[in-house]
Design a binder for this molecule. Sequence first.
Ligand SMILES: [Ca+2]
Length: 390
Amino acid sequence: MAVFWKAVAAGLLLAVCLMGWTVDGQGNGKKKVSGDSIIYLGQERNPWSPLIRTTANLTEIRSIKSTFQFRTFDPEGVIFYGDTKNGEDWFVLSLKEGFPLMQISKEDVQVSVTGGPKLNDGKWHTLDVSNRGKFVILEVDGLPGLVVGMHSRQTKEVISGQLRLALGGILTSKDKLIVEFEPQMDGCVREGHWLNLSMPWEADADELWLCHQNIQPGSFFAGEGFTVFNTSVFQTIKDLGFRVEFWGDFTQMEGTILSMMSSQGELLAVVEANNNTNEIHFTIRKQKHILTNAVKQLRITFFEKAVEVVKFLDEANTEIVSYDPLSAPEYLTELREGRLAIGGLLGGVKDMVGSNFLRGCLEKIKIQLKDLDLDSAIKDMSASSHSCPV
Ligand SMILES: [Ca+2]
C-alpha cells in the first residue's frame, strides 16, 4: 500500500513541473517533455486521453510527495492520474463544481473524496499530494485540503513493477470511476516535482499548446474552431421561447458568433461580427439585419411569432428590436430540434463543417438562462472553454 501511494504521490509531484518545456523527438518516436514545463491541459484530443505521460519502475521511487501549481477557471475536468499493476490500482485527481475530487481504487477498496477550497478562481494554486501511512493527503496552498484514509484486508504490497503517471487524462477505463465527470480541463499546470523522478515525459501530440500568461473568465475562439450542441439538450422554459445571451466586447470580435440549423440542414439563424464595418449581422432564415457592434451584451429570444433582440449598449441603455421569422409557425420547433454552434457557421447536415470561425472572447454565454459550458459540446474544436487571454 505504502509503495502504491508513494508512487501516486510521486506522480503528482512529477506531473506539474514543466516550466519552459520543449518537445524533442527521441527514441520510440514519442515527443519528450521536461517534467517542469508549463502544460496546457485543454489541448484538443480524445478527451480522456492524457496529454503527457511517463512510466517508472517502483523500485526507483524514494519520495512520497508530489507538488505542482495549477490554474483554471474551469469547474470540471481531469488533472492528474497515476496507477500501478497496469491500471488495476489507480488514482485520479480532478475538479468537479470547482472542488478537488480524489478517486482511488486499490485492490478491494474504492474511495472518492471531494471538498476543500474551490480551485477554479483563475489564480495559481500549489497542490501537494503525499502519502503518510494509511492516509493520502492533498494540501492546497500549504493548508489541508483532502485527507483519505484507506485500509485493505489484503496485505500484499506491490514493490516491483511499473508506475504510470499521466496529466490531463486517465489510463484506465472511465467506466471504473466512482464519480463521473467531464474530462476536458481548460487549465494549466507548472513547476511540478513528481516524487524523486526526473526523467522526461512523453507527449502524444507533435506540438503542445501554450498557456496564456494572464487570463480572464470567458470562452476564447482563436479563429480556428467552434463548438456544436444539439439544441434539444437545452431545457424548455414555459413562455420563454428559446433564449441565447452573449456578453463581451463585440467591437473586438470577428466571425460567426452563433449559427443555428434545423435537422434538415436549413440555416435558421446566424449572428456574425464584422469589425471592419463595426456591424453585427443577424440573419433569420434569409433575412439579414444589421446592428451596431457597440454593445456589451446581446440577448436573442426566439418566440413562436417573433425574434426579439435586446442590445445592451451600456449599464443603463438597452434597445429592443423585434423581427418576424417569416411568419413560419414551425420555426421555434425546428430550432429546438436542430443544432447550435458557437464560434462558427454550421455546414451540411452530416459533416457539420464550420467556417467563418470567430476570433475573440465571449466573456459569458447563457442559453435558456443557464451558463453554457463549452466542454459539454458534442463537437469541440480549438476553443478555450473557460479562459480568454488578457
Ligand atoms: Ca471542463
